[in-house]
Design a protein around this ligand. Structure first.
Ligand code: HPA
Length: 284
């Protein structure tokens, strides 16, 4: 996607939200879109269909709204929630999947919090657990930055050593302690889906060093780092991965587990957003 279409999208968002740019954007994964409805005060809600160039959200449990406002009971910061994201399994290219992140970056949002539903590969994880994403493995077989580099977005060969920001991880861990929500840590492996994995694939991913598996997040994180945003990632473990129990995996079970984790997810993420450094408080 070219810079001009991104500028049009930013123009539309600015004309609805006003001149203040949010400090943090939050991408809400499957079953986690409720967070914006429950926690954002006096929201400005923009349907994705109104934003020029935005793909259409076809995934189940993905509403397709951008919700901007302040957090309930917290004067700062202004946050922008994306209720719904785009996935490879919907047929979108990784470049299209990354487009909302590029819009956020162009708008000037400095920090991105990505959330998702994921299958637990680590044997100590249970449905309903939360996992801080320490790092990722891109198993999508592609990259959102393939093609001519658009210099105005970022460099040709962006570094991924600190894909998940060390300072934001510390903030998330201390937020978890403060609100008494257990927070595991681990490596997220991204696959295209839409079929869930086979047990043999899960065994292979464990050998590769993955602790959780899902069908999203990685393209967005790569695009965000390319554009110089700082990233934090939280997975909601909705099931044990394929072959780790006798049970089959279904989207309905994923949805039910994400719903049952609402309380801890909401408590933790609200706290993280409230204590994240803002551009005023943080020199970089
Ligand atoms: N595999 C892939 N994606 C997922 C899973 C899973 O087990 N659970 C939730 N999203």
């Amino acid at each position: 996607m070219k810079g001009a279409s991104i500028d049009k999208a930013v123009e539309l968002i600015r004309s609805s939200v006003g001149p203040t740019v949010p400090e943090i954007a939050l991408i809400l994964g499957s079953g986690l879109g409720f967070f914006a409805d429950a926690n954002v005060e006096d929201p400005v809600t923009i349907a994705y269909s109104k934003i020029p160039g935005f793909p259409e959200s076809t995934a189940p449990l993905h509403d397709g709204n951008l919700v901007v406002g302040k957090l309930r009971e917290s004067p700062e910061p202004l946050v922008c929630c994306l209720q719904g994201r785009f996935h490879r399994y919907e047929g979108y290219s990784l470049d299209q999947i990354a487009m909302p992140v590029r819009i956020l970056a162009r708008w000037g949002v400095p920090t991105l919090v990505v959330t998702n539903a994921a299958g637990g590969i680590d044997e100590s994880f249970n449905p309903g657990d939360l996992m801080l994403i320490d790092d990722h493995i891109n198993f999508l077989g592609s990259n959102p930055l393939i093609g001519a580099n658009v210099e105005e977005f970022g460099p040709r060969f962006p570094d991924m050593t600190y894909a998940y920001d060390p300072q934001l991880k510390e903030i998330a861990l201390s937020a978890a302690r403060a609100v008494n929500v257990p927070l595991n840590r681990g490596v997220y492996v991204a696959v295209s889906g839409p079929s869930f994995e086979t047990p043999a694939e899960i065994r292979a991913f464990r050998v590769l060093g993955a602790d959780a598996v899902g069908m999203s997040t990685v393209p967005e994180v790569i695009a965000a780092r390319h554009a110089g945003m700082r990233v934090l990632g939280i997975s909601c473990i909705t099931n044990v991965a394929a072959g780790m129990s006798a049970e089959e995996i279904s989207h309905e079970k994923v949805e039910a587990a994400a719903t049952s984790a609402r309380g801890s997810f909401s408590t933790l993420v609200s706290r993280i957003l409230a204590i994240c450094p803002t551009s005023q408080s943080d020199s970089g």
